[in-house]
Design a protein around this ligand. Structure first.
Ligand code: SAM
Length: 267
């Protein structure tokens, strides 16, 4: 992560020296402004590029199963009446919309994502839905969430954490803005354990999927997808990372023979 310091101007002072007037600003370092790394910028650009075809390809490439995974993950959230839920890496808002569908109207939902194009499409989808008043969306990175500590009852992130370059920092930020007793729900791809199914899955994921992705969108983005899944930690390793950030009662639940996994943890 690269950081630029944010300086607060405390008191401009005027000084006259050798017939010249100088204005001196006393500044104080008040924090760091988050700046994406080069790799982060490339990932952001990639999602901006694939945004227009993202929803269509999700349905085609997963044979529609992705919807049931999101539904399952959202069932794990915790909320109180008038609660607030944050969906990180919200993309075009499918999880945010699913949360709205599964919760009472007093619950409000915020989606953040660092891709402006994804957020723009998400805003259009939300506006066209019956949940327009309950969901708001902003462009923001997971590594620097623009909300106060202890703000949300639950936080979700679906197929997002894998892409977050500084994963620990992203998890730390989610932990920070989660209320004590609140729950994080993370949906992510994983590698199936059964040998035969794993081979079939790898063939589809590594050989077929990038070609279909390339036909309708960008080959390199759909080549990046399986590569990033393969390098993602195992279920147990990821729960250890979550625990290292402070999450308690970490659990995981594999879906569809271990193609995807839902992780939960509490603050
Ligand atoms: C595979 S999409 C998932 C979108 C959505 N959650 C869904 O279920 O369809 C991954 C999303 O993560 C976002 N993303 C990746 N890294 C991010 C980061 N560091 N901060 C915020 N958003 C990020 C991308 O812009 C993209 O919209």
């Amino acid at each position: 992560m690269r950081a630029t310091f944010v300086l607060k101007i405390l008191s401009p002072k005027c000084r006259i020296q050798n017939h010249r007037t100088y204005i001196i600003y006393v500044v104080k370092k008040v924090g760091k402004m988050f700046k994406l790394t080069e790799k982060g910028e490339k990932i952001q650009e990639m999602f901006d590029t694939i945004a227009p075809r993202y929803d269509f390809l999700n349905r085609v490439l997963s044979f529609g199963i992705d919807r049931s995974w999101r539904r399952f993950a959202v069932k794990k959230i915790k909320y109180a009446p008038n609660g607030r839920i944050l969906d990180v890496a919200t993309g075009t808002g499918d999880v945010a919309l699913e949360i709205a569908a599964q919760t009472p109207s007093s619950v409000s939902i915020t989606g953040i994502d660092f891709s402006g194009e994804m957020v723009e499409l998400g805003k259009q989808k939300v506006a066209a839905s019956s949940y327009a008043g309950r969901i708001n969306m902003h462009v923001a990175p997971c590594e620097d969430i623009p909300f106060a500590d202890d703000s949300f009852d639950s936080i979700t992130i679906a197929f997002g954490i894998r892409n977050v370059v500084d994963r620990s920092q992203g998890l730390k930020e989610m932990y920070r803005v989660l209320k004590p007793g609140g729950r994080v729900v993370i949906l992510e791809f994983s590698t199936p354990r059964f040998a035969l199914f794993k081979h079939l899955y790898h063939f589809y994921f590594l050989k077929v999927l990038p070609v279909i992705g390339g036909l309708f969108s960008k080959f390199s983005a759909y080549k990046y997808l399986p590569d990033s899944v393969i390098e993602f930690p195992s279920q147990d390793q990821f729960k250890t990372i979550m625990a290292g950030v402070g999450f308690k009662n970490t659990q995981h639940h594999d879906l569809t023979l271990g193609i995807a996994t839902v992780y939960t943890g509490e603050k």
